[in-house]
Design a protein around this ligand. Structure first.
Ligand code: ADP
Ligand code: MG
Ligand code: ZN
Length: 526
């Protein structure tokens, strides 16, 4: 960025100032006030105008700053939850600083820290919400969207960054300006040869931990504006060659709770020793319908996330502040096991089955799931609240035999009680989009409707069928409209690419740079 924001003379922006400009809900106002309070130096530079994102691990705000040339510029301020592990934060920042700012990857402008509060400042990119536009995109827009996503992935994969959370919410898209930006390296991991130093030390469970406490906070009360990169002394970007934090071993067994089991029909589960090591039983027809089922899954998750008692006593003094290492005190801070595992519906089969060797191919699978949404007009495509449900849904589309075969190749055995046939991707997408009559027998009976495949009921009775045919007629676009959008003559190439992205075997799955060589993109230049 050529023009730096200036420190404004008025020392404090209150939310009251903002309110006169535009209407902000009360709770957002409170959040903004809180952010000014915990990171006061923000108020000298930014006028925070709104909250634009709220996740489990961060809140993102829209802010305005006056630049040295007098112009005003908008920024996105990502306030990380104060309990984020320092190494995790450092890794996120380093991904942005090293790989960001080019090739459809979001860059970073500054970083602020006060005590355990970290705010990452990025250029603001206005964007649409995927669910609002997925049904209205024309074919050319879809082709360009996926091409730009692949470019971002090629770029980060070149640095040995595995993003691990590829989904539309993390790939900002401005339809009018045809701008794209990959965001959110909060889950990123490194390949064995990664160029991102921090990714060499950060491991899957370093989500929690926290900075420092007690006296330390008092001692480090003064904060600076910390321009990034190149050689950051920012405590949030410390590099460390110390041993990585303890890696939690992925469980080798996947259990269904008693509660879950009792809800399943007997024949749906292989009963004996269904959870021997590396063996996963998947309830085929289960989930997708009952509230009760969902509640059971949820309570299991909650039980697994019991908060751990805080590890650091108030009297410990951290000795690594403003140095380029992480001290033993900081390293010993207990990490909460917060499986910030991305979204089940975007996770590759090898992730769902907890295969220990995961590489950049997992991002390619997620890109495939996004393409599946773009081509079918359905989002989210896989609506799964847990990994087993997600795996079942994948088998519904890609075939159970094929999934089991692929899993064998990466060392996992899956047991499935019913054979689910592999579906033709074009027929599936065209049917869901309402382009194709559903009753020509080209799809299994469950799909002979415009209903979402993952909504399939165990026994669709006639009243359900009636509802279906109504929803079909409602969702059908006129042929002229479809023609105009290019959906009437979609080339085979895009389904070929989709098939290669959704390759169940990560070893043969197409890479980003290979995908960009695909004939589908032969006319698109950088
Ligand atoms: P989280 O880790 O909480 O998911 P993200 O980095 O994904 O945080 O940001 C959450 C949301 O905030 C994004 O989905 C996007 O809508 C918005 N956002 C993040 N960064 C920017 C940015 N630079 N410009 C505009 N919006 C952004
Ligand atoms: Mg995100
Ligand atoms: Zn320390």
């Amino acid at each position: 960025m050529e023009v730096a924001p200036t420190v404004q003379s008025s020392s404090h922006h209150t939310v009251e100032n903002n309110r006169s400009r535009h209407k902000i809900p009360r709770d957002v106002e409170k959040d903004i006030e809180y952010l000014y309070e915990v990171v006061p130096q923000l108020s000298r530079i930014f006028r925070i105008v709104d909250k634009i994102g709220e996740g489990t691990f961060s809140s993102v705000y829209l802010a305005e700053a006056q630049m040295t040339d007098g112009s005003r510029k908008m920024f996105a301020l990502k306030h990380l939850i104060p309990t984020s592990h320092p190494m995790r934060i450092a890794a996120e920042l380093q991904c942005l600083t090293v790989a960001g700012g080019t090739e459809n990857v979001m860059g970073v402008t500054y970083c602020f820290r006060k005590e355990h509060h970290v705010v990452i400042v990025m250029p603001y990119m206005e964007h649409q919400t995927f669910v609002d536009i997925v049904g209205s995109l024309n074919f050319e827009e879809v082709r360009h969207y996926i091409c730009h996503l692949l470019k971002a992935l090629r770029h980060i994969h070149k640095f040995g960054i595995i993003h691990r959370d590829i989904k539309p919410n993390n790939f900002l898209f401005n339809r009018q300006r045809r701008e794209y930006a990959l965001v959110d390296f909060g889950l990123a991991q490194g390949t064995p040869d990664t160029q991102i130093e921090q990714l060499k030390v950060v491991k899957s469970n370093a989500h929690k931990g926290g900075w420092s406490s007690g006296r330390v906070e008092v001692a480090h009360g003064k904060q600076k504006l910390l321009p990034l990169p190149p050689n950051t002394r920012n405590p949030a970007v410390q590099s460390s060659t110390k041993a990585p934090a303890k890696r939690s071993c992925p469980p080798s067994r996947i259990k269904l709770t008693k509660g879950q089991l009792s809800k399943l029909k007997k024949e749906e589960v292989i009963p004996q020793k269904m959870v021997s090591s590396k063996r996963i039983s998947v309830p085929v027809k289960t989930p997708l319908n009952g509230q009760k089922q969902k509640a059971t899954v949820l309570s299991q998750t909650l039980r697994n996330q019991k908060p751990k008692p805080a590890a650091v006593s108030q009297t410990l003094t951290c000795s690594c502040y403003m140095t380029d290492r992480i001290c033993n005190i900081c390293l010993s801070r207990k990490q909460q096991v917060a499986p910030r595992a991305g979204t089940p519906g975007f996770r590759a089969p090898e992730v769902l089955t907890k295969c220990p060797n995961q590489g950049t191919a997992i991002d390619m699978w997620s890109a495939g799931v996004i393409l599946l949404s773009l081509l079918s007009g359905r989002y989210p495509f896989f609506k799964a609240s847990d990994d087993m449900i997600a795996l079942t849904q994948i088998m519904t589309i890609r075939g159970s035999r094929e999934t089991i075969e692929a899993a064998k190749k990466f060392g996992k055995s899956i047991v499935c009680s019913r054979e689910l046939p592999r579906l033709d991707l074009r027929i599936l997408c065209e049917t869901l989009r309402g382009l194709r009559s559903c009753d020509d027998g080209s799809l299994p009976v469950e799909f002979q409707s415009s209903r979402h495949p993952t909504e399939i009921k165990q026994d669709a009775d006639s009243s359900a069928k009636k509802q279906l045919s109504q929803s079909i007629s409602g969702s059908l676009k006129r042929p002229a409209e479809l023609q105009e959008m290019g959906w009437d003559k979609v080339p085979d190439e895009i389904y070929d690419l989709l098939d290669k992205l959704l390759d169940l075997n990560p070893a043969t799955r197409i890479t980003a740079s290979m995908a960009l060589q695909h004939p589908l993109f032969k006319d698109i230049k950088d």
